[in-house]
Write a protein that binds this ligand. Structure first.
Ligand SMILES: [Zn+2]
Length: 448
């Protein structure tokens, strides 16, 4: 079988078993080059070299999927960016380590297909003593690893850490560019055309093009109707958002607040959006402003609600200079900084305790520097927050009996003196307060 038909056959058979991955792979241009490697890639293309013919079919499939994930997780670009932050004696060693870490992140999304990928994650964690790599971003793991290796040992000679680069046999069969320019080989043959847009778009647009393609791939793979794997769930989480943050932030930053957004609850609809009416402040227009997000991760929050909250944060981060997330239940837990959409995977833990917001608001106050916008995601069933079905207005609160509730009201007011608060609830509504904008976030199947 010639190479071209071989690639065609691989994609076709993957389409049945793993439609999302196959759809993504199909978008990538695959080129045969006369070089002595099996496979390598840059930001957007896969190159197949002469060693390819020595691999068996299973290895070939694995390598193609592996490369697909590297490309759609933008590992080449991210590796290049993070490499600048690392001091090292041996750039080659650094490059190997960065690729290994990228491979660990890839493994996370292919684990459900291939058990050896899961083993790579566990061995990496064991050898580096870095914990929970699945919830850490690529960049975080890189910085943590290089923080643990003293600079003198970064020449990669006979250190224990160097064993790491032997972890995965698959890695030896593929390359991974960290060079500044895209790879330039004498192309022998285009084996698979892929998406013209992905192949030809400007570097600045690459990130957006990839996101759009992922979105389309998810829709397409969904219609094929195969059981969604972990990967599908991840992508779905990333692209499903009900709130138009662009519109909210636009109103907020262009007009100095939410004065014209009804301070009531509404089923959110995209049809109110008219892109031409206002000038959207770009990320630059927002200065250093960040958004602080408080995510209820108490026991009453369903998995689906959690997922919805995460997808809202994902949208939010696209339109801001960064998001600080505090996960909370009866008390604040992790404080997570997210500065790019890829880092959304850092939000992973759910705590499952009772729901009290007071101590979380106290924590939030500590993080208000450069924050002009605070979003609270919750089901609204919060022990120390007055609810609309019990108190029509805050004037009904009794200073003695409802001291706890009043304390929350005061904390919200204090935050509101520095930032606008948006309260997004899937369930109960808080008592009306002039400094709280409430959105009822509805979905039929959320029962309380
Ligand atoms: Zn790799």
């Amino acid at each position: 079988m010639d190479l071209r038909s071989e690639i065609k056959t691989i994609i076709a058979s993957l389409m049945v078993k793993h439609p999302l991955l196959a759809t993504l792979l199909q978008l990538i241009r695959i080129i045969k080059v006369n070089e002595e490697f099996a496979l390598t890639m840059d930001e957007r293309r896969i190159f197949i070299g002469n060693q390819w013919s020595h691999l068996n079919n299973a290895e070939k499939v694995k390598l193609l999927l592996h490369a697909t994930m590297h490309i759609f997780l933008s590992h080449v670009e991210r590796t290049r960016n993070i490499a600048r932050k690392i001091v090292t004696n041996n750039p080659e060693y650094t490059a190997r380590m960065l690729h290994l870490i990228a491979d660990v992140k890839v493994a996370q999304y292919l684990e459900h297909i291939d058990r050896s990928e899961g083993r790579l994650i566990r061995e990496f964690e064991y050898m580096t003593k870095i914990k929970n790599v699945k919830i850490k971003s690529f960049e975080e793991i890189v910085l943590e690893l290089f923080d643990k290796v003293p600079i003198g040992d970064r020449d990669g000679e006979s250190t224990n850490k160097d064993n790491l680069s032997n972890l995965d046999l698959l890695r030896k069969k593929h390359g991974f560019t960290t060079s500044k320019d895209s790879l330039k080989f004498a192309e022998q043959e285009i084996l698979h055309k892929g998406s013209e847009e992905l192949c030809k778009c400007a570097n600045e647009d690459l990130d957006k093009v990839k996101k759009d393609l992922i979105t389309k791939a998810v829709v397409q793979a969904k219609t094929i109707g195969t059981e969604p794997g972990e990967l599908m769930k991840l992508f779905l989480e990333l692209i499903e958002s009900k709130i138009d943050w662009k519109q909210y932030l636009r109103n907020f930053f262009a007009r100095g607040g939410f004065k014209d957004v009804k301070r009531t609850f509404t089923r959110f609809s995209r049809r109110f959006i008219d892109d031409d009416v206002f000038i959207l402040p770009g990320k630059e227009g927002m200065g250093m402003n960040k958004v602080l997000v408080l995510i209820d991760s108490s026991g009453s929050i369903s998995e689906e609600e959690s997922r919805a909250f995460v997808s809202e944060v994902y949208e939010l981060v696209k339109h801001t200079m960064g998001v600080i997330v505090i996960l909370w239940d009866a008390e604040p837990h992790e404080v997570i900084e997210i500065s790019s959409p890829e880092e959304i995977e850092k939000i992973k833990n759910y705590y499952g305790g009772g729901t009290m917001i007071c101590s979380t608001l106290e924590e939030a106050i500590k993080h208000l520097q450069n924050v002009k916008f605070v979003v609270i995601f919750t089901d609204g069933y919060i022990g120390d927050l007055p609810r609309r079905d019990e108190f029509k207005s805050i004037s009904q609160l009794d200073p003695q009996r409802d001291a706890e509730l009043l304390k929350t009201v005061q904390l919200l007011r204090k935050i509101a003196s520095q930032a606008k608060i948006l309260f997004v609830t899937t369930g109960a509504l808080p008592t009306e307060m002039p400094w709280l904008t409430v959105i009822k976030y509805e979905r039929e199947e959320w029962e309380h």
